[in-house]
Design a protein around this ligand. Structure first.
Ligand code: LMR
Length: 328
């Protein structure tokens, strides 16, 4: 009974203050949209919170709200500017209303692999991109990796002509809309949390995402199969508001940023393994994966190549050249 009484006291105090923060601690809410289990963003966000809560106890208190439980990506940046959430990590495709610089990451077949993405983000150009939204009140803290995207649909996709006339869910990005139009498909921008239902009910026929998201959201269960195209990048920028960062005293900010930088390096280095594990998990769960021959893949490259010219002005030839030089 004593144990039960103690447990109910804990339960009561936990519901009164769900984050369990102590008085005087700086409360940090990190809102994101993916699952936490075996997902690159979920794992990194959880690790960040664990380290902050252990090493900055008494100063800072972080809670992660995954699975779109607090905000969708189309709401979270405004919520951040209102001070309702302190950290978020939307994919680079979701910053269109704040900056057009990240469009380079959405251009199909721009980067050959995640090592090239990492090198580009770490270059002077990539690092400067983290400051590109300061004027709008947002500061990038670091890029977090997810992986390369694959296409899935309710019919087999082998040739790009197989996508013609199908409806594909895309993230809210004009580049991704143009990419699907280049395939003769119909792009439907939609929040991540709605994709499984939309695939299941036939509101859309297909989607593009990484292995971690395809497994994490179980998209493969409601698709004919997934075609391993590796045609684009899905990566994140962890952001905070300029106002919130300015409100921290220098020591607190430095300690937080040291932990953040270490977590970023550790989890980005592990992303290849997480990606491969999720690909395997799709197979183990009975999902169909179609691999393309080099000739078949070249057809997809040709079909989507015109998209680069459409966004040349936003992205800059010099940045395309820099990305291509890293691939080589
Ligand atoms: C998506 O909307 O498909 C992704 O941006 C979700 C995510 O955060 O990985």
């Amino acid at each position: 009974a004593a144990v039960l009484a103690a447990m109910s006291i804990i339960a009561t105090s936990a519901s009164a203050d769900p984050m369990g923060c102590d008085d005087g601690e700086i409360v940090v809410k990190f809102s994101h949209v993916t699952n936490t289990d075996r997902h690159p963003k979920g794992i990194a966000a959880t690790l960040l919170a664990e380290r902050v809560n252990a090493e900055m106890d008494g100063t800072m208190c972080m809670e992660v709200f995954p699975n779109s439980t607090l905000y969708n990506d189309d709401q979270v940046l405004e919520a951040m500017l209102q001070g309702d959430v302190q950290l978020a990590a939307p994919s680079l495709s979701k910053f269109e209303t704040f900056t057009k610089q990240f469009r380079i990451f959405d251009l199909p077949f721009m980067f050959s692999n995640m090592e090239a993405v990492d090198a580009f983000q770490g270059s002077e150009t990539g690092v400067a991109m983290m400051d590109s939204m300061q004027r709008r009140g947002l500061q990038g803290l670091g890029f977090w990796h997810n992986g390369l995207k694959q296409f899935s649909a309710n019919v087999p996709l082998v040739s790009p002509t197989d996508a013609e006339g199908l409806k594909f869910r895309v993230q809210t990005s004009d580049v991704l809309v143009a990419q699907m139009e280049a395939l003769g498909a119909s792009p439907q921008p939609m929040a991540f949390s709605e994709v499984y239902g939309a695939l299941q009910t036939g509101v859309v026929d297909g989607q593009e995402n990484t292995w971690s998201n395809i497994y994490g959201q179980k998209f493969f269960e409601v698709q004919d199969g997934t075609t391993e195209t590796n045609h684009g990048v899905l990566d994140y920028l962890v952001v905070a508001s300029v106002d919130w960062l300015d409100s921290l005293d220098a020591d607190t900010r430095d300690q937080f940023m040291t932990i953040f930088t270490e977590v970023t390096a550790e989890r980005n280095a592990a992303v290849g393994e997480v990606d491969a594990n999720n690909r395997q998990a799709v197979l183990d769960a009975g999902g169909v994966i179609r691999e393309l021959t080099p000739e078949q893949r070249a057809e997809w490259v040709t079909a989507m190549q015109p998209v680069w010219a459409q966004f040349l002005e936003d992205v800059g030839q010099e940045n395309i050249d820099a990305a291509q030089a890293i691939n080589a």
